[in-house]
Write a protein that binds this ligand. Sequence first.
Ligand code: TPP
Length: 305
Amino acid sequence: MGTYDAFLRVNRQMLPHVECVIRLGAPMTSKTLNLYTADSYIYTIDGENSYREPQMQTGRIIEGRIEDVLTGLSEALNPLPTESDPDWYPFWFRQHETIMNLLRERLTEPGEASEPYLYYHLCDWLRNAGSAEVFVSNSMPVRDLDTFTQDPDDSLRFWGNRGANGIDGIVSTAMGIAVRTDRKQTILITGDLAFYHDMNGLFAAMKYRLNVLIIVVNNDGGGIFSFLPQGQLEEQEFESLFGTPHGLNFEHAALLYQAAYRRASTLGELRRGMEELLSTRGLRILEWRTPSRKQNVALHNSFWI
Ligand SMILES: Cc1ncc(C[n+]2csc(CCOP(=O)(O)OP(=O)(O)O)c2C)c(N)n1
């Protein structure tokens, strides 16, 4: 259910208590989901030979190939020893449908330009361009991808640099993916600060003629901080410490590193910019100038019904 991050933000006390979670592989990135299941008993099935349980939650780690453990489980539980709750799945499906309807209503063109729009339409746009690696930067891109992206399939492979969640080395990581991939496209989606932080990484793309499309979601600063408690600070203090607007025009970076460049401010420009740049090769930069960071928070909040 691709919309869980949105519907779990509703008053969580209204949702049923989850007694037990079976987790397959790496920890979930969604803070909302982790908070919701914080006191559930967790079985982690992991074949990575490491203790990947950063929440230190009560539970058990089962080491082994996920396929083998699941096959064993389904054999052991056939027939099911207890009755299952017939409303469990329909309940969650109704939550999912509510958010899906909202997304359709708000993120279909014509509508207001907004950061989630890019993620909502991403798979459709990329599918037409063939197989792709999609690397998303930390901060809002990885969260928005998780919340708004619909219907991914095997033609797309997603990457993120989690762990310390730094916004450093993002451009260079995308270049590393582009060097090794056998897929048609490598796409990087990054915020403007993360892009700026590692702009030198573009040199490798120019020198080795790498095939990368970079979408810079430019909200002129650190968009994530407006969602956090410091967003309540007095404006001037917030902007100088957290918002950190730079006013840079990234067309000049494109010129410096001989990249094809498009700028988009409206939804139509974004769609056309994607179409045009996906049909060519080499280093390409699409600068998506989004509405203000404050508007971005208001739009996100409108989904957490
Ligand atoms: C190396 C490093 N420095 C600082 C931070 C703290 N930090 C987290 S998010 C963020 C802002 C990122 O802004 P941007 O890349 O434009 O993305 P947005 O928040 O707008 O989505 C910063 C500075 C970090 N995560 N890593």
